[in-house]
Ligand binder design. Structure first.
Ligand code: SF4
Ligand code: SF4
Length: 203
């Protein structure tokens, strides 16, 4: 690893080995003493807090509407594209639509998808013998859904993962993921929805 610091810009170019094969140059900001004290950032953060506090107080005094939700007794209706917990879809014969291609686990930046493949009976295709998602590690980026060539995984359950103090309840296995139903059930498949949106946008 090599490092070149520039006093004028207080920035350093750091060459980082990636998988031991090629190097990536990243520009890192070198922290000064005032940066390390976090004084400015603390004052700025407090400014945001007080701005919201006084805004709410002002609304209460002027008897204007204050937007609050008594969660979990009252829940907002999430937009259609809200990324909720994952589910796996089934074929008509009840088997997973997933062909265990590992595209989702490869695309996952949090590496929280674990798949073990098996042969599908009477077919040359594969299917997952095990398919596990760690919802605690998931960053809800949706890349797994985008990567899937079979529309076999979606994040349309509308469910938040429940808070947990242990790892085990945040791990969801294949059968649990297959048992979830989605809010988009009964809607057109994603490809058809996309085609429909495009035709509406460009008639
Ligand atoms: S949403 Fe993102 S982080 Fe979560 S499992 Fe999918 S790819 Fe991984
Ligand atoms: S869910 Fe989709 S991307 Fe992931 S392994 Fe199955 S078929 Fe491949």
């Amino acid at each position: 690893m090599s490092q070149h610091a520039s006093a004028a810009t207080a920035e350093a170019v750091v060459t980082v080995p990636v998988h031991g094969a090629r190097n990536v140059k990243r520009v890192a900001h070198e922290m000064t003493i005032s940066d390390r004290l976090y004084l400015f950032e603390t004052v700025r953060g407090l400014g945001v807090t007080f701005r919201h506090a006084f805004d709410t107080l002002g609304r209460l005094v002027l008897r204007r509407k204050v937007e609050t939700v008594s969660y979990p007794d009252v829940r907002r209706v999430y937009p259609e594209r809200f990324r909720a917990m994952h589910r796996l879809l089934k074929r008509d014969d009840g088997t997973p639509r997933c062909v265990a291609c590992f595209m989702c686990s490869t695309a996952c930046p949090a590496q929280c998808i674990r798949i073990v493949a098996m042969e599908r009976a009477g077919s040359t295709e594969k299917m997952p013998a095990q398919f596990e998602i760690d919802e605690l590690r998931c960053v809800d980026c949706g890349l797994c859904v985008e990567a899937c060539p079979c529309d076999a995984i979606r994040m349309d359950t509308g469910i938040h993962p429940a808070p947990a103090t242990e790892r085990a309840p945040t791990l969801f296995n294949r059968d649990q993921l297959l048992a979830f139903s989605g809010r988009s059930d009964g809607m057109l498949p994603r490809s058809a929805r996309t085609a429909e949106r495009r035709s509406t946008a460009h008639p």
